[in-house]
Design a protein around this ligand. Structure first.
Ligand SMILES: [Zn+2]
Length: 223
């Protein structure tokens, strides 16, 4: 179990967010999602996530140190997975207006973000978990803001019934890096990478709303 440490008004919170695959009854269609019910046309989706608190890494942590656990021994792992994941870290960093940066480390003890792969699928109520990111943060209940201490990402190497396509991997990894970088919560718009499930409506890149939401979290006035 995870310990919760109370530090006056700060709470060390383990937050769990997973990306799910929703399969149809024939298991051939991926991410059967309903039409957007809640597309307000807003520039970002802070209103969707702020109830759970707004989180960010402190500038003193940069560049964030990322350790990739070798996936060679994990069934269905492809070397391409790490390449795609690196591109996802880069893409989020590039849209952060210099507020985020990362570097790979070879010592897991030195890592801020720990990445591992697994072929053990977990079935959740909304589908198969394609990825799961746990974020540990000190949360200030007065400001509704949390400073992230550490994140752990667990990425699935294959679905129970088939392998992932490369585009699914890209969408899933972009999504999990979004969590690891501070977007703790989900967009309600299936076009956004931070929608809770992999969706056919998502492109292979971040939407303007994804970018604006991240940047809001790293705007000093917001916190
Ligand atoms: Zn998620």
């Amino acid at each position: 179990m995870i310990k919760i440490t109370l530090l006056s008004r700060q709470v060390l919170l383990p937050l769990f967010f997973m990306l799910t695959f929703t399969l149809s009854s024939t298991s051939t269609a991926l991410a059967v999602v309903s039409e957007s019910k809640n597309d307000s046309g807003a520039d970002n989706y802070i209103s969707d996530i702020e109830a759970d608190g707004l989180y960010s890494w402190g500038q003193n942590k940069l560049p964030l140190k990322v350790y990739f656990q070798p996936g060679n021994n994990v069934p269905a792992y492809r070397t391409k997975f790490k390449e795609i994941l690196i591109s996802c870290f880069d893409e989020w960093s590039q849209v952060s207006n210099g507020q985020l940066d990362w570097t790979e480390v070879t010592d897991p003890q030195a890592a801020d973000i720990l990445v591992s792969w697994s072929d053990q699928a977990v079935e959740a109520s909304q589908g198969t978990e394609a990825g799961k990111t746990r974020t540990y943060a000190h949360y200030n209940q007065q400001t509704n803001h949390g400073k992230i201490d550490r994140a752990e990402m667990r990425l699935l190497t294959r679905l129970p019934e088939r392998e992932f396509s490369e585009s699914e991997v890209k969408k899933a990894y972009l999504h999990e890096v979004g969590h690891a970088f501070g977007i703790v919560g989900h967009s309600t718009n299936p076009n956004d990478i931070m929608y809770f499930a992999v969706s056919k409506k998502q492109g292979l890149e971040l939407t303007q709303r994804d970018k604006a939401t991240l940047n809001y979290l790293y705007t000093p006035a917001a916190i």
